[in-house]
Design a protein around this ligand. Structure first.
Ligand code: RB5
Length: 149
């Protein structure tokens, strides 16, 4: 069975250029992309973009997303307020791998002012291709879910 590859992406002004860069890369990887903006370098508030994207992802439509702000920190803080979201701020391929294997993250947060496009592409590909390990990590992720109640 061919699985459809779908991903949502969003940024504020500080992540806009990296978002545009990553969209090209994701297209090359065969992803169908839902772009939640922003669409220029004009200043916008990252929590609003995080909310829009995280709402789609928690409804599994699609089930994964990428958020980019200046540091990746604000986007991850905001997205993690939405029930069902595990947003991980990653800055290298090791954190990207573990954010999937151990945390089953469904949103990847990146820093457009911190991470170069080349490194960001490696991070994105690693995060997309790494599976959740389950086992003891499933229990721990469930314990995170319990915090939402
Ligand atoms: C915008 O200047 C900046 O604060 C934002 O992109 C982000 O880095 C916040 O965490």
């Amino acid at each position: 069975m061919i699985q459809e590859k779908k991903i949502a992406i969003g940024s504020d002004h500080a992540g806009f250029e990296l978002k545009e860069n990553l969209k090209e890369f994701l297209k090359e990887l065969g992803y169908d992309i839902t772009d939640l903006g922003t669409n220029s370098l004009d200043s916008v508030d990252y929590p609003l973009i995080a909310k829009a994207l995280a709402t789609l992802v928690t409804n599994k439509n699609p089930d994964k997303g990428i958020l980019i702000c200046g540091t990746g920190i604000g986007m991850s803080i905001a997205a993690n307020k939405i029930k069902g979201i595990i947003a991980a701020h990653c800055y290298d391929t090791e954190t990207a791998k573990l954010a999937r294997q151990h945390n089953n993250s469904n949103i990847l947060a990146l820093g457009g002012r911190i991470t170069s496009p080349e490194i960001a592409k490696h991070i994105v590909q690693t995060w997309l291709e790494t599976k959740f390990e389950g086992g003891r990590h499933l229990r721990r992720v469930q314990e995170i879910r319990d915090l939402e109640r």
